[in-house]
Design a protein around this ligand. Structure first.
Ligand code: SAM
Length: 507
């Protein structure tokens, strides 16, 4: 049984409901449903009000650990509470209902209450609950009356009835004013630029830290942007002129959204590097809806993200397609701990250049090798990893990549035992992201990297290349390997060197 929180003079503490909720929240579902709910049901009205936090706890604990077979019973109980004479109890019930899978019937109950109540606070809470569970029936009632609920419900209806898609194959004919920001790792901007220039469909305008700004040179499809593999995310720059809402609904935003979206436009808002900004998001979404009701804010499975970047004095918006998975890397069915981000692997493959025989000594899930194969010109791939799970994953990912006519050997072995699969002077390119000693401690990281360089000097053909992320600072590490390039790269929180070595022609 719960302990109520009362002061010495018998009054309840101001935070009594919260405190009681905290106590109940820790209980098991069975205890709440079998003991506390019957007590609540049998209590006098004044006692029920003191125990109102139970309703909130039931919603939350059921959503986490309740048995789905009991869902109906729980919803029936909460629906009954919507008819309670006490407004506070009704309010708690309407807040809990969305958590327990409320649907059409509960929507009907809440709409009936919305029509009958004169209490403004109750109307506000009903609107909030309907924003979470409402469908077309809610839309018919709130249209023109409750704009925020209207916009959220329209987004929910669109999501369930016509989810739509961002289309890679649509053409944007009127490309004037379009500027695309490719974002990637600090240190790899040069590789991103070289890919853009080699493709020839966009012109590089500006390069910043982890950023390449480009503009199209002709009508283009989104597929042209996503044919580039070295960036992490791509967004269309909107603004900076005008208020955020004006920028988000500008003719430029509308033409991009119309061109590339099938179905209703649904977006989510992200104040980049500012964390959750619930109030600001709500306010901005409401303003955008008032200016352009065709653009719907939908934090759940939105097609687009409007990323808001704050600079010293201005804010800019980038309109970014949200994919899951990114269509460029859909082959990655599974990964391993410390797996490389595919755009990093794509940058490495680009740095490696064309090669017929490629070996990744620490292949993990195989992304570096697959990215090499996707660039073309590869005849044979070899992946070694001492983890059998990694080898199984690399094989599955390679199969999903659809790369044909490349012989691929994935072998569970220590890279030092390379003899049977990668003999002396047989490999054009070694490409690898070795253990970096950050997540999985390595006893002697320097020795491991020295061994890798020694093995590379044996296995590479004369003129062959080694591309790898080097966690150890070393100058002239091997007499047969000449450093061709080195760049410091942000590896998500720590810096490493991306190095390219060429084996001497004499070796
Ligand atoms: C950073 S992860 C590689 C990630 C990989 N590039 C990917 O994207 O999945 C390093 C891998 O090296 C493997 N490894 C560690 N020591 C090894 C060794 N001596 N020989 C072969 N593989 C090793 C680990 O099992 C791990 O899968």
């Amino acid at each position: 049984m719960f302990r109520d929180v009362t002061t010495n003079n018998g009054n309840r503490e101001p935070n009594a409901d919260k405190e009681l909720y905290r106590q109940l929240r820790r209980r098991s579902w069975e205890e709440l449903w079998m003991k506390e709910v019957p007590l609540f049901n049998g209590a006098l009205p004044v006692e029920r009000l003191k125990r109102v936090a139970l309703i909130r706890a039931v919603g939350v604990v059921f959503s986490e650990s309740g048995s789905s077979g009991q869902g109906n019973e729980v919803r029936m109980w909460l629906r009954g509470l919507l008819e309670d004479p006490a407004e506070k109890i009704r309010r708690y019930a309407m807040n809990a209902l969305p958590k327990v899978g409320a649907g059409h019937e509960e929507e009907g109950d809440m709409l009936a209450l919305l029509r009958s109540t004169q209490n403004e606070r109750e109307k506000k809470f009903l609107a909030g609950a309907l924003e979470k569970i409402g469908g077309s029936e809610t839309l018919a009632v709130v249209r023109g009356v409750l704009p925020q609920t209207e916009q959220k419900t329209r987004a929910a209806v669109a999501r369930s009835e016509c989810p739509g898609a961002v289309r890679l194959d649509r053409m944007l004919e009127d490309f004037e004013g379009v500027r695309i920001h490719l974002r990637g790792r600090r240190g790899l901007e040069g590789v991103m630029c070289s890919e853009v220039e080699a493709q020839g469909k966009f012109r590089v305008l500006e390069v910043g830290s982890g950023l390449v700004a480009m503009e199209p040179t002709a009508p283009f499809q989104l597929a042209d942007v996503f044919a580039l593999r070295c960036f992490g995310t791509a967004g269309f720059l909107l603004g900076p002129d005008g208020s955020l809402a004006a920028v988000m609904t500008s003719p430029l935003a509308r033409k991009i959204l119309t061109a590339f979206t099938e179905g209703p436009v649904r977006y989510r808002l992200d104040f980049v590097s500012k964390g959750h900004q619930r109030g600001a998001v709500r306010e901005l979404a409401n303003r955008v809806y008032a200016m352009c009701p065709e653009i719907l804010n939908d934090p759940r499975s939105a097609l687009w993200s409007m990323d808001i970047f704050t600079a010293s004095r201005s804010e800019t918006v980038e309109l970014r397609p949200r994919w899951s998975p990114d269509p460029r890397f859909a082959y990655r069915l599974k990964d391993v701990p410390a797996a490389s981000h595919p755009p990093l692997a794509a940058c490495m493959a680009r740095l490696g250049g064309k090669a017929e025989v490629v070996w990744d000594p620490f292949c993990g899930s195989g992304v570096e090798l697959i990215e090499c194969a996707l660039r073309g010109g590869v005849r044979r791939l070899v992946g070694t990893d001492r983890s059998p799970d990694a080898i199984a994953i690399a094989r599955a990912n390679f199969a999903a990549s659809g790369v044909e006519s490349v012989e691929a050997d994935f072998v569970c072995s220590d890279f030092r035992e390379h003899g049977p699969i990668a003999g002396p002077g047989s490999v054009d390119l070694i490409i690898t992201n070795p253990p970096l000693g950050m997540r999985v401690p390595i006893r002697d990281l320097s020795a491991l990297i020295s061994d890798l360089l020694a093995v590379a000097a044996v296995v590479l053909k004369p003129g062959g290349r080694l591309v790898f992320v080097n966690p150890v600072r070393m100058e002239n590490p091997h007499p047969l390997l000449a450093l061709k390039s080195r760049q410091t790269v942000d590896m998500s929180g720590f810096d490493c060197r991306m190095e390219v070595y060429v084996k001497s022609a004499k070796g």
